[in-house]
Design a binder for this molecule. Structure first.
Ligand SMILES: [Ca+2]
Length: 238
């Protein structure tokens, strides 16, 4: 992994612009797409010095390199070819220069073809400003929607015109067979249903029906009259 300062030292490259972070924003949201490499993917290269062959760019060993020696200085068309085995959506390419400046890649173009060893004339990405003088990885975005299987990286310029020395190359691949999950729509907030307010009940004051007051009988209203004559008889008075 490169440090951010190294990445920031590389300028924007158009379609092959510098990746500043190792994250991609896709329709699946923020996620990390792994870098991949496999020596079996390296199927051909234009030229090599001794054992410093093209497969050294995908052996995971930063101490081995592809030395494209054998052609004149300023050849500016050194190429190496890859067959990914099946189609992928390419999202990025990583290059790790030797770092001696003299043999460091400064410009390259990535092409695709429909067949191994075929005609590579469809540009996938242009890497217009690879930094020389550093041996750390440099990552570049690829904006190419069509799935690819056959790739050819053509080194079109090195810092001094001599053949490139490349420690490692890797690709950031997304399996084109994997269907992207349908993004679920953001649920709209469900309105909170409040129970309908009942109409206010009318307060009905119960009217207590009191029994009608009976008219007081005349007899009760009259003072008690004691029959005087009976009292006189009881006391022996005549
Ligand atoms: Ca290597």
């Amino acid at each position: 992994m490169s440090n951010k300062n190294d990445l920031m030292n590389s300028a924007s490259l158009g379609t092959g612009k510098l990746k500043q972070e190792f994250f991609n924003v896709t329709n699946r949201g923020m996620e990390t797409v792994a870098w991949s490499q496999d020596t079996s993917w390296v199927v051909d290269w234009e030229t090599a010095h001794s054992t410093q062959v093209g497969t050294n760019t995908m052996d995971g060993n930063t101490n081995t390199m592809w030395n494209a020696g054998g052609v004149p200085r300023y050849h500016n068309a050194w190429w190496i070819e890859f067959n990914l085995g099946s189609e992928y959506t390419l999202q990025g390419i990583r290059i790790q220069n030797w770092g001696d400046t003299t043999h460091d890649v400064t410009k390259a173009v990535l092409y695709t073809s429909t067949a191994q060893g075929g005609t590579f004339n469809s540009v996938v990405a242009s890497l217009g400003s690879v930094t020389a003088g550093i041996s750390t990885v440099q990552d570049f975005d690829v904006d190419y929607d069509t799935p690819v299987q056959h790739l050819r990286l053509v080194i079109t310029q090195t810092a001094t015109g001599y053949q490139p020395y490349i420690r490692e190359i890797a690709f950031q691949l997304e399996d084109s067979q994997t269907p992207s999950p349908t993004s679920s729509p953001t649920p709209s907030p469900t309105p909170i249903r409040r129970p309908a307010r009942r109409p206010a009940r009318r307060r009905v004051r119960r009217r207590v029906r009191r029994p009608a007051r009976r008219p007081v009988s005349r007899a009760r209203r009259l003072p008690l009259e004691i029959p005087t004559f009976k009292i006189c008889m009881a006391s022996g008075m005549t």
